[in-house]
Each structure stands twice: as structure tokens, then as C-alpha cells.
Write a protein that binds this ligand. Structure first.
Ligand SMILES: [Zn+2]
Length: 150
């Protein structure tokens, strides 16, 4: 399945590189992808043992051929925190908090579990203020069960 080049929403056809929402205006300031489509077993596992899903996120990172991050950060929620720490361990890259970023120009990978755009925006904003070279954001799955093809 093809995905939007900006937010990674599945595309209904190959006519456009971007989904309908992103063609109206890019909702995020960073490149985004996710490892799974949202399914009930995934959501249950994510709630109780997000670390067990870190290998899938790391595998998706390899598939995307994104740059090796200088550091991995989390969005501010418990599942994202636990998942991002496990991904950091698998990729052998340091896990840091935003306040620990001391130098500009870093390649940063933000890992989150399942977050709506507003949560991502709030989490990315303080990271942008550290003047990174680039930010990539990898989610376990898109948010919720709603029709995200709108
Ligand atoms: Zn999109």
C-alpha cells in the first residue's frame, strides 16, 4: 500500500503523492511514518507492553532508510516513553529528553505509540526550538480507528 509522503496516511490510489488532508496544508512540521495499521490486538499490546513492539518500529525505521539519528526522543505519554526507550536500545542510539539537547544541528528521531496530530504537534514544538538538523517521527500506528482517508 502506498502512503502519503508527509504524514504516512494510506493513499486510496496513486494519483497523488500526498493525502487529501496534506494537500490542503501540511498538518505537521516533520516527516512522519508508522509501523502498523491500527488493529485491536495492537492497541491492547501497546497499552500493556509497548516494549514488545519496539522491534517492529526499528524494522520500519530500517525499511524507510531514514538517517541514523544522533538521539531518540519520546512524545510525553507513558506508552511512547516505554516504546521509545526500547527502540533506542535496539538501534543503539541514546535516548534523551528535550531539555538534555545541548547542541543544535542534531538528527533526531521522535518515537511515539499512537498519537493524534495535536499531541504530535505539542511534542515536536519544543524539539524544534533546539534547532535540530532534522526531525523524523515514527509512530507505532496512526491514531484511532476513525477514517483517516478523509
Ligand atoms: Zn498526509
Amino acid at each position: 500500500m502506498e502512503h502519503c509522503a508527509h504524514c504516512f496516511t494510506p493513499l486510496p490510489d496513486l494519483k497523488h503523492r500526498f493525502c487529501a488532508r496534506c494537500r490542503r496544508g501540511l498538518p505537521l512540521t516533520v516527516a512522519r511514518a508508522f509501523a502498523f495499521d491500527p488493529q485491536a490486538p495492537l492497541l491492547a499490546l501497546c497499552a500493556c507492553a509497548p516494549e514488545e513492539l519496539a522491534g517492529f518500529v526499528a524494522y520500519q525505521w530500517v525499511q524507510l532508510d531514514w538517517p541514523i539519528p544522533d538521539a531518540i526522543l519520546s512524545l510525553p505519554d507513558t506508552a511512547s516513553f516505554r516504546l521509545s526507550k526500547a527502540v533506542s536500545h535496539l538501534l543503539c542510539r541514546p535516548w534523551i529528553e528535550v531539555r538534555e539537547i545541548k547542541s543544535p544541528g542534531l538528527e533526531l528521531l521522535i518515537v511515539d505509540a499512537i498519537s493524534p496530530f495535536d499531541h504530535i504537534r505539542r511534542g515536536v514544538r519544543p524539539v524544534l526550538e533546539t534547532s535540530p538538523k532534522s526531525i523524523y517521527q515514527l509512530s507505532l500506528a496512526p491514531y484511532g480507528f476513525r477514517n483517516y482517508l478523509d
